[in-house]
Each structure stands twice: as structure tokens, then as C-alpha cells.
Design a binder for this molecule. Structure first.
Ligand code: A3P
Length: 329
């Protein structure tokens, strides 16, 4: 009769241990969610999560930040796009500036009705803590092609500063294709060659029904933004140059935002393995993840030429509109 009783004791002990583990996991997730809603800055992330984080009191942290004059504020600057032109690199280089506070997540607030309907209070909760002398920046590349985003952003703040980053439109199409291709391969979906999607089989012309082609028609989308904002409210970053000379582009943005030139050679370094410039801040060095800077597939040169020819007239109009020219041929 002793054995079954012992077995009961074991069962009870195991059950208690399991319940304890479940509580720890959920508690950890709750802390993590709360912290990610607060949008921890890089310093916080470098502290790491886990048990030490579990013991921290997020509310006490908020109290401390508030006592230091920090609040979560609506952004004073938004990076509106363009997807695959270097938006993440731009945001992270800007994060090296002590007066810039970035929202880590792409919020999709102004383009998605279900988010917009939640209101500014919801949106602000995802913004980083900042001083009133700091500049909060959010980036959602999808805004650039959104029908509603320009009007909604203007309604929030008609004097907001906007940043748009462009890259050779043909390279952008290939980069876009490479991303979607990889995602499909990882899910075991069937994939088509870019050459077969980008040219209409019926007409032999560039297929404007393909979204990646339409996104690169920058002139068309920017025209929409200029119906709501003055040209001097929109700063254009050269995405091709950001890859090879990030400091030049970051200095221009600092000027646009009315900030001193803080980001210097000491804040960036070239990583030979990645083949890109990376970020060097006080507490850590880091490069962007593997999803940035993918190897592009080799595309038939005739198709590349067709794409370049297709974009040339749009590019000319864009250059006239922004008062800047890029070497995209
Ligand atoms: P590829 O993956 O085609 O090379 P986005 O962040 O808007 O999705 O843009 C991704 C692109 O950013 C990458 O496209 C890459 O070329 C470019 N980029 C610019 N600077 C970079 C950097 N320092 N590290 C990694 N990618 C960078």
C-alpha cells in the first residue's frame, strides 16, 4: 500500500512543478509583451530578457522615465517608404543619434483601417519614451503606396517631417521579388521566375499588374503625397548611396531634422562578412539581420533593360518633381 501513496506524492509534486513552470512562462511573456509595448530602446534590449527581466517592475520603469521628463509621444517624423530601398538601415543609422527615438515596429497605423480606428492613444502606446526635445520617428514603408496614409498623417500633424528613401527602381523590383521568393520557398509554395512575372505574356510589355513593378513607379505615388504636404516637408534619401556611404545620407537627414551632426565615422563600420556598413553605438555593435542584403537572383539582361526603359520616363518626372537626380540607368 506504501507504493501507491508515494506515487500520489510524486504526482502532486510534478503537478505543482508544472503549474509553477507555466506561471513563470506566462509571467515572462506578460512582462515581455508589456515591455515590447513600451518599446524598449536598444539599451534595454541589450540587458536581455529572462529571469532578471522577470524580476523587474515595468511600471516602476515607466515611473522612473516619467520622473526624468520622458513620455510616449506621437512621431514628429515618419519614414514613409519605400519598401526594399533601405528603410530599416536608415532607421537604425538614425537611432545612433541621441536626440532620435525610434519606434521599433512598423505600425501600419495610417494605412490599415483596423489600426487607425484604435486611435492616437493606441498608436502612442507603441512609441518610445522620449524627452520633448527629442524626435520620435516611426517607419512603415507601406504608407508610401497607401491611399489613406497621406491624408490621415496630415490630419494628425500638418507640419510633420516625412522621409522617403528611393533606390534604383529596377533593383528594387528584383529585391522585392527576392524577398517574396524566399518567403515562398520557405513555405514550400510554388515559385515563378521573375522573368515570367514581370513581363506580360499577352503584350510582351512590362506587367504593371505586378505589385512590385507598381511600387517602383515612385513618381506616381509621390504625386499623391504632394497633394497633402509641401515639398520641403519631404526629405528624399538616396538608398543606393546609403549602402556605400551611409554617413553622407545620415548627415543630410540630421540637417533636415534640425539636429546637430552627431553620427560620425566612430558610429559606423564596414563589416566584410556582411558586405554592408553596420552600427557601432556606445554599448554594442550590430548589423542588420540576414533578411537585409539578400543575394539577388541573376535576371536575364534583356528583362533588366526592359525594366530600365519602362521606368525612365517616370524617373525623369520624379527627378523634376524632387529637384534631385539619381544615376539609375
Ligand atoms: P537587398 O536585400 O535587396 O540587398 P528595407 O529595409 O527597406 O527592406 O531595405 C532592404 C535593403 O536595404 C537591402 O536590400 C539592402 O541592400 C539595403 N541596405 C542598405 N543599407 C544596408 C545595411 N547597412 N545593411 C543591410 N542592408 C542595407
Amino acid at each position: 500500500m506504501g507504493f501507491p501513496r508515494k506515487r500520489h506524492v510524486w504526482i502532486v509534486l510534478t503537478a505543482i512543478t508544472l503549474v509553477f513552470c507555466v506561471i513563470l512562462i506566462f509571467d515572462g511573456q506578460a512582462h515581455w509583451r508589456l515591455n515590447s509595448n513600451m518599446h524598449l530602446d536598444d539599451t534595454d534590449l541589450s540587458e536581455g530578457y529572462g529571469f532578471r527581466k522577470l524580476l523587474e517592475d515595468p511600471l516602476a520603469r515607466i515611473e522612473r522615465l516619467r520622473s526624468e521628463g520622458m513620455e510616449q509621444r506621437l512621431p514628429q517624423c515618419i519614414i514613409i517608404g519605400v519598401r526594399k530601398c533601405g528603410t530599416r538601415a536608415l532607421l537604425e543609422f538614425l537611432d545612433l543619434h541621441p536626440k532620435i527615438r525610434i519606434a521599433d515596429m512598423e505600425m501600419h497605423f495610417f494605412n490599415k483601417d483596423e489600426n487607425y480606428e484604435k486611435g492616437y492613444e493606441w498608436y502612442t502606446k507603441y512609441m518610445p519614451f522620449s524627452l520633448n526635445t527629442d524626435i520620435t520617428i516611426e517607419k512603415t514603408p507601406r504608407y508610401f503606396i497607401s491611399e489613406n496614409a497621406p491624408e490621415r498623417i496630415q490630419k494628425m500633424n500638418h507640419s510633420i517631417k516625412l522621409i522617403v528613401i528611393f533606390r534604383n527602381p529596377t533593383t528594387r523590383v528584383i529585391s522585392d521579388y527576392a524577398q517574396v521568393y524566399q518567403n515562398k520557398v520557405e513555405r514550400n509554395y510554388s515559385v515563378e521566375r521573375l522573368e515570367d512575372i514581370v513581363i506580360s505574356k499577352r503584350t510582351g510589355r512590362v506587367n504593371t499588374g505586378y505589385k512590385a513593378v507598381r511600387i517602383s513607379m515612385y513618381y506616381y505615388h509621390l504625386t499623391h503625397w504632394l497633394q497633402y504636404f509641401n515639398r520641403d516637408q519631404i526629405h528624399v534619401v538616396n538608398g543606393d548611396n546609403l549602402i556605400v556611404n551611409p554617413l553622407e545620407e545620415i548627415h543630410e537627414v540630421e540637417t533636415f531634422l534640425g539636429l546637430n551632426h552627431h553620427v560620425t565615422e566612430t558610429n559606423v563600420y564596414f563589416n566584410e562578412t556582411r558586405g554592408f556598413f553596420c552600427m557601432n553605438s556606445v554599448d554594442k555593435q550590430h548589423c542588420l539581420g540576414a533578411t537585409k542584403g539578400r543575394k539577388h537572383p541573376n535576371i536575364d539582361s534583356k528583362i533588366v533593360k526592359k525594366l530600365k526603359n519602362f521606368y525612365r520616363p517616370y524617373n525623369r518626372k520624379l527627378f523634376a518633381m524632387i529637384g534631385k537626380e539619381f544615376d539609375w540607368d
